[in-house]
Design a protein around this ligand. Sequence first.
Ligand SMILES: [Zn+2]
Length: 322
Amino acid sequence: MNCIADLYELINKMSLIMKNKSILLFMFLGFFAQAQVVIDKEEVIRIETELASDKMEGRATFSPGIELASTFIESEFKKINLSYYDDLKNYRQEFDVKGKPANNVIAVLPGKSRPNEYVIFSAHYDHLGMDKEGVDKIYNGANDDASGTTAVIALAKYFKDLDKNERTIIFVAFTGEEIGGFGSKFFSAKMDPNKVVAMFNLEMIGTESKWGKNSAYITGFEKTDFGTILQKNLVGTNFNFYQDPYPEQQLFYRSDNARLAAQGVPAHTISTSKMDVEMNYHKLSDEVSTLDLDNMTEIIKAIAISSQSIINGSDTPTRVKK
Ligand SMILES: [Zn+2]
């Protein structure tokens, strides 16, 4: 499938049998029209580089830098032509944290036959901001979590182009994660958990996992059959999802999936971060240059493929026991 030469040879063989090359040409073109729905590495690089750029000033919640980041994510959602969430009049879900305004950025791809069943893809777009002084004073947060936010945007484009989602897909960039998870708390409090079939929270996927390339881990793997479904959909590929190897760190309860998981939703975080030895975690050195963007693109592809049976309604993960 991935080799044009093989495909051409196959078509030649078939044409000997069918003796009708014009029909085969249309089949060939049809194949490529389908195959154009891809996770594009150049796009991944463009979005990641923009989110982690110095002008975003580390995307601290309430800062002018995060305002730029929000505007950028909104413009990407608009370009993809996604719908607004719930009764919102734009992509911003605004709320107050101790008297200061903050906002999540949310977009929706309505489900074709099961619009009231939701699948959520999320990441946090805030980070730590800036130091007061120094040569490099900007916490770019390229991995944490510009990488996850990039994936959410790339997946939005992918599923819009694919145009096969029976369930409604909600794409969320949360704010306020680094200062206490305020964005996901507000979002989750307003969400009916019974409507949410699954939540893919994407957090730090820009580096190789402890197992190397083409792998990632899922927090709370054993709590539902979400991970087993994803693995099943990857049979025949060279990608593997694993159980969270850092159970002592309680990652399942530490990220933006936790609120909905506590209400029974199969809401899991997918990550590659080596939490015991990740050199750049919450450091000024968390820069795009430290990421493996080829591998990150492969991880986003794997998420796209592995989520397909949940998106199209043929699989429904079991719930987290309350
Ligand atoms: Zn993070």
